[in-house]
Design a protein. Sequence first.
Length: 422
Amino acid sequence: MCDTTTPDDGILLVIGIGSQKDRDSRPYREYLLSAAAQRFKLWLFDSGEATWQKEYVVGSTSLDCYDPEAVVDAARALSEEHRLIGMFCPDEGTLLSAAHVTEALGVTGMSVDTVLGCRDKKLSRARLTRGGVPQPQFTTVRSVEEALEAAERLEYPVVIKPRTLGSSLGVVKVSAAHEMEEAFGVTVSAVYPGVHVPDDYIVEQYLDGPEVSIDGAVFEGEYTPLFIGRKQLGGEPYFVETGHYVSAGDPLLEDEEIRTMLQQAHAALGITHGTTHTEIKLTSRGPVIVEVNGRLGGDLIPYLGKLATGIDPGLIAVDVITGRRPVVEQTRSRTLGIRFLGPSEDLRVRGIVIDEPSGLDGVVQVTAAVPPGAELRTPPGDFVGRYAFVIAEGEDEAQCGKRLDAAESLVHLDYEPLEKQR
């Protein structure tokens, strides 16, 4: 279905703002859509009918955004009525379809090959290695037996993961041979809407040290870091992301070794225009790139960056794909943190009650992430099963963490247990 509007001089096509699996997309994506609407008139392609997005767009088309051919056909039809000045896609599941539009219509953005090179860890590892970027040793396997042989060569501990998924889906640390069969089963079961998962899986050396993420912009091949996210993880053997901290003026932003590595990595992957989310392990042997994603980070990390620094990632994202050199100017200096509240057991949500944060300093946001009736499972049943999130600001991570504790106490979950999946 298509909402029509009077033809105008230029439209920015936005693909996939509503595609957020089974959760409400508005808390996660509105800050991006509202920023883009400050620059341009927007047309939305999404897999569902536009709802809250109508406030920001001049028109919308509902279609299967996971089907590249359907998206390209719809984009061609739209271009016959409007002059398309660019295309913005922040969603991993629809990113490949968006790349097909980029190539078919000749707008600025990431090519199909570049998107695949970022998404597919086998291709990424090979291209980054050729580009001189430090990488862990790895191989691909198709069976438990092959995985055991690979782990013996690489030496335990190792990590097994799907080639093409993000958000730590199906990623498992394996510390000994007797853990491999169960870990392999978890990895091969992982899926994400719109993302093809090949039937060979990555086994690679485990990287020690904390993990950070860098959201950055690329304009005419020049990479500029925007924000550093300090990732908080749940317990092993999984790599479930439980929260993040973003601080203005994080010293890693000026680390020359990391900045050089990021520039080399983006060049090796062929990224000339766009915004990316790079994950790095700060190992005992130095920084090593885990992966480069061809879009801004999830988990509201760029939003935290905006609140901490005043730098608007949505504006920068649409600038670099429409021929504007991004202006990166910090106007705030704070630390922001987000904490995700997940289930302690498999459950069905009856309701979520949130108390008023009156009298609590630094509490920015307390938001329910799912409606009543939602079923949430603990890993490995689900790696992103969250019923709420809280955001707080402070002078540093320590103060921010205390305020997140206070904010978390405002959320009350009513639920009924579910039978554990086998």
